[in-house]
Design a protein around this ligand. Structure first.
Ligand SMILES: [Zn+2]
Length: 121
């Protein structure tokens, strides 16, 4: 997932080579925590984020339907990344997931090994 790649990039920029213990994000889709964890593990290998825990908060999904219904979509009316209106069963547009970075917590004790080896001027 490119979203996670961007997230990892952003984290790396913020921490400037220091080891990260926790990354907290907010996600607009309720059903992709597993995918996020998997992608995060893959993409953070050999980076300062390699030992970081990814904590995902999900936002409630709001359906905004042409029939006039505006409200939460119950989880059982979610079809993949499509949203189905509970009132008229119209299938909503594919909503692109957003990932919002809430917090990057650095571990104070252990600097990323790659940084120790690199020369500093
Ligand atoms: Zn509707």
């Amino acid at each position: 997932m490119s979203l996670v790649a961007e997230l990892v990039d952003e984290c790396c920029r913020r921490v400037d080579g220091r080891a990260v213990s926790l990354v907290r994000v907010r996600c607009s889709l309720p059903d992709i925590d597993g995918e996020l964890q998997q992608a995060f593990t893959m993409l953070t290998a050999a980076t300062p984020l390699q030992d970081a825990v990814l904590q995902v908060e999900t936002l409630p999904v709001i359906v905004d339907c042409p029939c006039g219904y505006v409200g939460p979509a119950a989880e059982d009316v979610l079809v993949g990344h499509l949203f189905v209106c509970p009132d008229c069963s119209r299938v909503g547009p594919v909503r692109s997931p957003t990932l919002e970075l809430l917090e990057v917590r650095m571990s104070l004790s252990t600097p990323f090994p790659g940084e120790i080896a690199s020369p500093r001027d």
